[in-house]
Structure formats: structure tokens, C-alpha cells
Design a protein. Sequence first.
Length: 138
Amino acid sequence: MKTFDKFSVSHELASRMIKAAMEKAEEIGLGISVCIIDESGVLKAFGRMDNAPLISVDAARKKAVTAVGLGITTGDAWYDFIKDDPILSAGVHNFADFLLLGGGSPITIEGRVVGAIGISGGHYKQDEVCVKAALEIV
């Protein structure tokens, strides 16, 4: 076999997820940046609210890349994965674009990781609330 089929998040879905995340952020009084990447880590869609902090742009992207890397959420899931392994715990921070903070999640459809979302702008727990709202669209 010389080729394979891949499953990827559509631009339409990515756009709807960004809208849902931003609506939730507005509801809780937060300004966020939202990054959606495909299963390969390539940017699919991005949005930044007018009141989102500048640092949120890069943080959202890094959270998405971290989430798609192993197909697990950033924050608690990644921390649980590395906390008891001193070598991995020390070394993982040398990965390009790694960010442990919550607010990143794989996007899974029919059991396949088709992309990831990263959100930044508030405390990571607030970012996770916005991620949850976006994932409800899926």
C-alpha cells in the first residue's frame, strides 16, 4: 500500500467550534484566543477576541499541538501521564510547542483523532470551560 485515508476536522466544524467557545467566553466575561489544528498539527482555523491577551495567541496554538501529540487533553491528563516518570516529566518540556496548562483537547470523531483545539485567555480552568463548550458542537 502506498497511500492511506486520513480523517481531518473540517473548516466548517472548526469555525462552529470557535464560535461556541467565544460565546461561552463572552458569557463568563473572558477574552480568548482559539486555535483549531488538524490531525497533523497544521492550523485549520484561528480566532482571537478583541479583549484576549496577546500571550493567548501562542498559548492556544501550543495547547492544541500538545493535545494532538498523544491524543489526550492538556492539564490534568498530561500531568497524570508524566508525573510519576522523572525523565519524561523533565524532558517533555523540551518538546517544541509543548504546553502542559489546561485548555487543549483532541477533537475525536467516531473514535479517531481528527484534530485538536487550544484555548487561552483566562485561568486554565476557565479555558477548559470554553473548550468543553466547543466540543459540544462535535
